[in-house]
Design a protein around this ligand. Sequence first.
Ligand SMILES: N[C@@H](CCC(=O)N[C@@H](CS)C(=O)NCC(=O)O)C(=O)O
Length: 265
Amino acid sequence: MTLELYHFDRSTAAQKVRLALAEKGLEWDGRYIETGFDKRDQHDPEYLKLNPRGVVPTLVHDGKVIRESNVILEYLEDAFPDHPLRPEDPFERAEMRLWTRKIDDGVHIDSRTVGQCIAMRFRSLEADPAIVEKHYREMPEIVRRKNDLINNELGVDSPLLPDAVGTFKTLFNEIDTTLADGDWLVANMFSLADISMVVYVNRLASFQMAPLWDDLDRLKDWNARIMARPTYVTAVTDWGDTTSQKRIELGNQAFPKVKAMWDAA
Ligand SMILES: N[C@@H](CCC(=O)N[C@@H](CS)C(=O)NCC(=O)O)C(=O)O
């Protein structure tokens, strides 16, 4: 049996899959996708055959290609039922899926907007404009391309940012409220719901935004519990991220404006 994962360090969508693989004790071979403007492996024609949207993760299980992180997570549950990360009960399973689908309903794209406006635009601003232009011309996903172009140009003044910040205020409050009923989001077990949400909390924290949710004690405790799991350390923390210093610097600069948006949301 072989499992190959196309991924990169700081990708939230890939972090979820690495975390599930670790929780399930599955061995996998990594295929690292370099997204720097000088490499752009995600737009390589060979990779686009596996993942036409030009994104990670992609899982290849014994030659079968599975895309979309939420689909991959459910596939792993179906193919490898040991160490379940999904409740048995149909109603609880439905509740779990209401959490995971939030990501595809907007959380992921809003996370990209927040990250791009606060910090990640620096990559485009510092690169050769001709290479950046080619990158966006070849980017298969139109929404991502359009949003990035606005966010790269305007940063924290992007008209897309206030709503994206509002998405996280609503989401993090919902997580905090739900945790009043137990340690985990669904069915008193660590599940795909927790895995799917926690990576976004830490994504925003990587941009120095954690003071925004300093009043959400249950969310903070839940986050700390997950980060203390040995699987989180190997699947997420140890992978680090090559842009962390820049994120800290630019995150601190952006904080007052983002806080004003959070307070107004
Ligand atoms: N809906 C997709 C989203 C995947 C996605 O956005 N991946 C990002 C990293 S988190 C990526 O590959 N970005 C590369 C790029 O935008 O060029 C999933 O859940 O698998």
